[in-house]
Design a protein around this ligand. Structure first.
Ligand code: ZN
Length: 292
């Protein structure tokens, strides 16, 4: 059975995200450990940690995952921006470790001005090296916290929309064991990777395997797309209600290779007929699972 969950708000306390996840029948939960649009963050207290871990224990929600702030751009080369991004990302790893969260999802970054994609990739790799070295004793679940590079839709100059770019970052870092990938279905589709027919799905995953390697695919973001295949525009839609339709998700939730890979919704928080859409989307996904 796939491990299905969602991103949840930490407003009011980290444990609230876990309780909200349980209320929507999530198996797993993703959180921001701080406001995702600000550099500043309140320190995490021992009580925050205790309540969060107790909530996981009590609810049985597994595979907590952190998503880094959108402000962090490790591709930046301008010194002040670059220091800010590196320091900001160190904090993200430290906060994840404090909460016992073993991985942080990171958007790789965007080159600026004269910088080439290659420059951007090299900057990301050296920035990750510094961050990972400085946080090597930030342990969660028995190992240093890992970075999960997220594939992007390729909007603007965002790197990571081609699997080759994710692979290039991974191979350029000193410690590739600290780097995995979080595969966002909407972003992959917007970037031009088709997954509708069985053949297209297998082809897309073969491309991922040949570049990054499926063994490094550590999490999924399950989102349908408001925009068409190859549009390079990132707009999430409820499962089965966008341009992707249900078929890609049917392939994914029935793929034995990902039976232990947590999958998180990042679709709009809203209600339909009084019910949270996360619950609706999870029901849609579970209905796609073929019984053995
Ligand atoms: Zn995502």
């Amino acid at each position: 059975m796939p491990i299905l969950g969602a991103h949840m708000s930490i407003a009011g306390g980290y444990y609230k995200a876990v309780d909200a996840a349980r209320a929507c029948e999530c198996d797993c939960v993703q959180v921001f450990t701080k406001n995702n649009n600000q550099w500043r963050a309140k320190p995490i207290t021992d009580d925050d940690v205790r309540l969060f871990r107790e909530a996981l224990e009590r609810t049985g929600v597994v595979a907590p995952l952190s998503h880094a702030s959108y402000l962090i751009n490790l591709a930046a080369c301008e010194e002040i921006q670059r220091r800010k991004a590196i320091e900001g990302y160190v904090v993200e790893i430290e906060r994840a470790a404090q909460l016992g969260i073993p991985g942080v999802v990171l958007h790789p970054g965007s080159p600026k001005g004269e910088q080439t994609d290659g420059d951007g990739i090299a900057n990301i790799a050296t920035a990750l090296d510094e961050v990972h070295e400085r946080t090597c004793d930030n342990i969660a679940a028995g190992a240093p916290v890992v970075t999960l590079l997220e594939n992007t839709a390729g909007q603007g100059r965002n790197l990571g929309w081609r699997f080759e770019q994710l692979a290039a970052i991974r191979t350029a870092v000193n410690d590739p064991d600290r780097v995995g990938v979080c595969f966002d279905t909407c972003h992959a589709f917007a970037a031009g990777y088709a997954m509708e027919t069985e053949e297209q799905y297998q082809q897309t995953l073969s491309k991922f395997d040949a570049t990054v390697g499926l063994e490094h695919l550590r999490a999924f973001h399950l989102n349908d797309s408001k925009k068409p295949l190859g549009s390079r525009v990132d707009r999430h839609e409820h499962i089965g209600e966008g341009e992707m339709g249900l078929e890609p998700f049917r392939h994914l939730v029935n793929d034995e290779r990902f039976a232990k890979t947590p999958m998180y919704l990042e679709t709009a928080k809203e209600k339909r007929h009084g019910e949270e859409m996360d619950a609706v989307n999870l029901r849609t996904l579970r209905a796609l699972i073929r019984s053995a």
